[in-house]
Design a protein. Structure first.
Length: 210
């Protein structure tokens, strides 16, 4: 499960708690005590159900750093995290490009990681929720950048395959406070699914690059 991003909840809690306090008296930064307080509320009100277990509210060291530093941790905090996360990316042997048609289906699927899913059930990538990917998309989100012509503009060299695979596997290995889910590192997608998404983005025959 993905660790819960506490920043929006913390912001709401702090605003509510300081509604009658002047701006100059409001806390300037989120503290460990703030996070502990919000987590206590979540533990009280959230309950495990199906595959959605209580570890979903446990923030790891990466999310904790982002929560404490307003999604902008200083270099002395973020640099060691980036190095550690990049070293943990698992790259399969051989080509990192799978089958683009399967990648398209994964990118357009929002299924998975719901409490009533069976353990081990295949999940989709939900990529369309944040990105415009090809001209064939009927709808898309704009939280992330457009990926149209991704491979056409960048090529599909081994280096680009490796970068794209790593970014999908764990976007936080490049930007610790990225809003993009850790698709591979979290277990949401398998290695093969990530390879298929790489092909969808980089294969010249993919609609992404038409």
């Amino acid at each position: 499960m993905h660790a819960l991003h506490l920043a929006p909840l913390l912001a709401a809690a702090l605003v509510a708690g300081c509604a009658s306090v002047s701006d100059s008296a409001r806390p300037e930064a989120t503290t460990a005590a703030d996070i502990a307080g919000v987590k206590a509320v979540l533990k009280r009100d959230f309950h495990a159900r199906g595959i959605a277990t209580m570890d979903r509210i446990d923030a790891d060291e990466v999310q904790t750093a982002c929560n404490l530093h307003g999604d902008a941790p200083p270099a002395e905090v973020s640099s060691p995290l980036v190095a550690k996360l990049q070293a943990a990316i698992r790259y399969p042997a051989g080509s990192l490009m799978g089958e683009w048609s399967r990648g398209r289906a994964i990118a357009e699927s929002g299924r998975g990681m719901q409490w009533n899913d069976k353990p081990g059930a295949a999940s989709g990538g939900s990529c369309y929720n944040c990105h415009q990917i090809s001209k064939l998309q009927e709808s898309y989100g704009t939280l992330g950048p457009s990926l149209m012509n991704y491979g056409k503009l960048r090529g599909n060299s081994p280096e680009m395959q490796r970068y794209t695979y790593g970014k999908i596997w764990n976007a936080k290995a490049y930007n610790p406070c990225s809003q993009m889910p850790r698709m591979g590192a979290s277990g949401t997608l398998t290695e093969q699914q990530v390879k298929d998404l790489v092909a969808y983005l980089l294969d010249p025959k993919s609609p992404v690059n038409q």
